[in-house]
Design a protein around this ligand. Sequence first.
Ligand SMILES: O=C(O)CCC(=O)C(=O)O
Length: 276
Amino acid sequence: MTITITDQHRNQYHSQGYFTLKNVVPPSQREALIQAIKDLMERSIQTGQPELRWINKDERIPGRIGGILEPSRLQPGFADSLANGPYFSVAEQILKSPARYCVCGILAGGGGEKYIQGWHRDTAPIEGERELAVLQRNYRLYTQINAPLYPDRFLQIVPGSHLRKSSEEELDVLHNNPTGDLPGQITVELDPGDVVFYYNNLFHRGYNPEGELRWTMHHGFMVANAPIYDVEAGQDSWIGQEGYIESLPEGLQVYVQRYLDRCGDGPAPKIREIQD
Ligand SMILES: O=C(O)CCC(=O)C(=O)O
């Protein structure tokens, strides 16, 4: 599916650090994903593989699931949704560059299990002399999405906090009460079919204090020619297996191949640092 983003989307992403596309994942794709998650759970229960973290196994309530393209967790529905959905092509428009696979997973929760993250930037320091330089460098390299299969009111963000140093007030909360409120915070309201694209160094957190049902796809995209950073390194151990890339739908192969093409021998640079 190809979606062309508008100047309004670009401007909002630049000034606020995110935008939402409403109703862009059709019901058929969402149903296929729900079935894929159910199949994965049954496989895990029947064979013991893959091991999943369960909130309640009897009620089939899984915890967060990472690495959904790894052979042990891969379901055709996961790969098809990435091949046919709007994710990579919109990420490329945001990054103004060819993109590559970086990470893919599912923010799963429910069963009353509380999920309250501390406020954070994923891949930048919250203070210090390199804070701004890392924020600016990584802004050009990476973007990510949440795409819910059920209504999702669990991502909180501070719009506009992504390309500036943390304020004194923010640092006070982060150091002394990291699960407290931040000035200007909002909840991103998503319904099935919606996708939020956001820069992961926007101050954000997952916040689901009642442990309500959540199955939300969560994927990250890197500029194709960026080095393989520490946070995504090592995935060539399965992407590089003979026949793996060819087993994926054609529309996904190129993005995963680009990951492999960037793998080298040296140590992966640290994404939270600027190398001198
Ligand atoms: O739960 C969410 O929506 C955000 C997840 C997140 O920020 C993280 O895992 O770093």
